[in-house]
Design a protein around this ligand. Structure first.
Ligand SMILES: *[C@@H]1O[C@H](CO)[C@@H](O)[C@H](O)[C@H]1NC(C)=O
Ligand SMILES: *[C@@H]1O[C@H](CO)[C@@H](O)[C@H](O)[C@H]1NC(C)=O
Ligand SMILES: *[C@@H]1O[C@H](CO)[C@@H](O)[C@H](O)[C@H]1NC(C)=O
Ligand SMILES: *[C@@H]1O[C@H](CO)[C@@H](O)[C@H](O)[C@H]1NC(C)=O
Ligand SMILES: *[C@@H]1O[C@H](CO)[C@@H](O)[C@H](O)[C@H]1NC(C)=O
Ligand SMILES: *[C@@H]1O[C@H](CO)[C@@H](O)[C@H](O)[C@H]1NC(C)=O
Ligand SMILES: *[C@@H]1O[C@H](CO)[C@@H](O)[C@H](O)[C@H]1NC(C)=O
Length: 292
């Protein structure tokens, strides 16, 4: 296992062990702290997707004074890594930031190039009261699996697709769209047993042409992986729950943490130059590590 997988596993375990009641202190990145993450921005996206933020919680940024700092910036500044005019900043670790209201928060480091190298965090703090009115019904949605990452052996291990699926509501009639490079990946529809054991000898269906559109026709659990050697073991696997109503386990259809889609204009986004740019970026990380 490489360092990033260990890191991702570590934060996932810690996140699962956290108490979900009362005001919480969220140590950003857990043991990694607040730094330039080894795997790029997906590290903090993944961390955020596994947190349960509430109004009143505290973000604790733990870093090395002088080498790092932390700044809250606007969404626009976050997207462009413009740290000229932060909303709030601190050069003293540990820096505590209280999430005093519901909404979106964006953080980065103002130190040269740290933002573009992935030291940035986008989070969503849901409102205190879930909407009492029924969710408005929605039409079918096309979900691009992995968003900009596409369908590959994810550099961060299988938490990448777990994080991607975490806050989404999949309804019967929605479509999963898998983007990949023909001849280097495929999409295998498998049973739970095959998924759990990474047994790709037994598939329900295999799709070899990108993009692959799979319309969700039945409710319940659905499992996907690749028949390519070791791709499943390395984390190219996706499990989702499909429902017929608009109620998700989170109680609301709001995105929680922004997750890997934080930079996406919408989940319905068609492949764009940005998508292929990011995919190339992740592929380059993946290729830099012999494990992939
Ligand atoms: C900050 O990180 C250092 C080094 O990992 C650790 O010793 C320390 O306990 C951390 N502090 C907090 C407040 O988490
Ligand atoms: C960064 O933001 C400041 C204002 O906050 C603006 O004046 C400046 O032009 C921006 N820089 C870039 C490169 O967009
Ligand atoms: C930050 O929060 C932690 C956890 O509540 C606390 O131990 C620490 O004293 C706080 N630090 C500051 C500077 O307020
Ligand atoms: C989903 O994608 C298909 C194929 O590109 C398209 O025909 C359809 O309109 C899309 N549906 C939505 C809801 O975007
Ligand atoms: C899959 O098939 C290969 C070749 O027939 C065999 O060596 C392997 O043990 C099979 N794997 C499983 C999990 O059944
Ligand atoms: C993959 O192959 C199919 C069938 O040959 C083709 O229609 C599709 O455009 C190819 N996709 C890519 C991304 O090259
Ligand atoms: C689907 O939901 C059931 C019941 O909440 C849960 O036990 C199961 O782990 C979920 N499966 C996936 C793939 O999320």
């Amino acid at each position: 296992m490489d360092r990033r997988m260990i890191f991702i596993l570590g934060i996932a375990v810690c996140a699962l062990l956290q108490n979900t009641n009362g005001q919480k202190v969220h140590t950003v990145g857990n043991e990694l702290g607040w730094t330039i993450p080894p795997g790029g921005p997906i590290a903090y996206d993944t961390w955020a997707s596994l947190q349960d933020f509430n109004v009143g919680d505290i973000l604790l940024f733990n870093f090395t004074n002088g080498e790092q700092d932390v700044a809250q910036v606007t969404k626009e500044a976050f997207k462009t890594c413009n740290t000229t005019n932060p909303i709030w900043s601190s050069k003293n670790s540990p820096a505590n930031f209280t999430l005093s209201a519901a909404g979106e928060y964006y953080f980065t480091s103002t130190i040269d190039r740290h933002c573009v190298q992935g030291q940035r965090l986008a989070i969503h703090v849901p409102g205190p009261e879930p909407s009492p009115s029924p969710e408005p019904s929605r039409g079918p949605v096309n979900y691009t699996v992995g968003d900009k990452l596409g369908w590959i052996v994810p550099p961060a291990g299988d938490f990448a697709y777990a994080a991607w699926a975490h806050w989404k509501t999949f309804l019967v009639g929605d479509t999963l769209v898998f983007y990949f490079v023909n001849g280097t990946q495929d999409v295998a529809v498998v049973t739970k047993e095959a998924y759990d054991n990474c047994d790709t000898n037994n598939t329900i269906a295999v799709h070899k042409n990108s993009p692959t559109y799979i319309t969700l026709k039945t409710s319940g659990e659905h499992f996907y992986t690749s028949t390519y050697s070791h791709h499943c073991d390395l984390g190219q696997k996706l499990a989702i729950n499909v429902t017929t109503t608009n109620l998700s386990p989170g109680g609301a259809n709001t995105p929680g943490a922004l997750g890997p889609s934080a930079f996406a204009p919408s989940v319905n986004s068609a492949p764009s130059k940005a998508m292929f740019g990011f995919t190339a970026f992740f592929l380059s990380i993946a290729m830099a590590f012999p494990i992939f």
